[in-house]
Design a protein around this ligand. Structure first.
Ligand code: SF4
Length: 85
């Protein structure tokens, strides 16, 4: 990134350097989060809660309807849409 902080004011330049360093750390963190999401997205359905409830509004062949009306994930934990028809 081009340095445009060259104001000649050492305090201001130091502040600009701290901001650039903070932005670099934030960018690295966001990239790490994105990489983790990309890596994990095939391992677990995003509609499955920690309590194995299904929050998907559509049809999925893994969905199990309990007697009390709750919908539980009962499959291999990857969304598989019910075939139309
Ligand atoms: S895999 Fe199917 S049943 Fe399980 S949480 Fe995802 S959408 Fe619901």
């Amino acid at each position: 990134m081009e340095d445009r902080s060259g104001t000649g004011d050492p305090e201001r330049e130091a502040q600009a350097a701290r901001i650039r360093a903070a932005l670099d750390r934030m960018r690295d963190t966001i990239l790490e989060i994105g990489a983790a999401i990309e890596q994990k997205k095939g391992e677990r359905c995003p509609y499955r809660t920690a309590q194995d409830e299904c929050t998907f509004r559509g049809g999925c062949i893994n969905k199990v309807r309990e007697a009390d009306g709750t919908r539980r994930c009962g499959g291999d934990h990857l969304l598989k849409r019910e075939p139309a028809g």
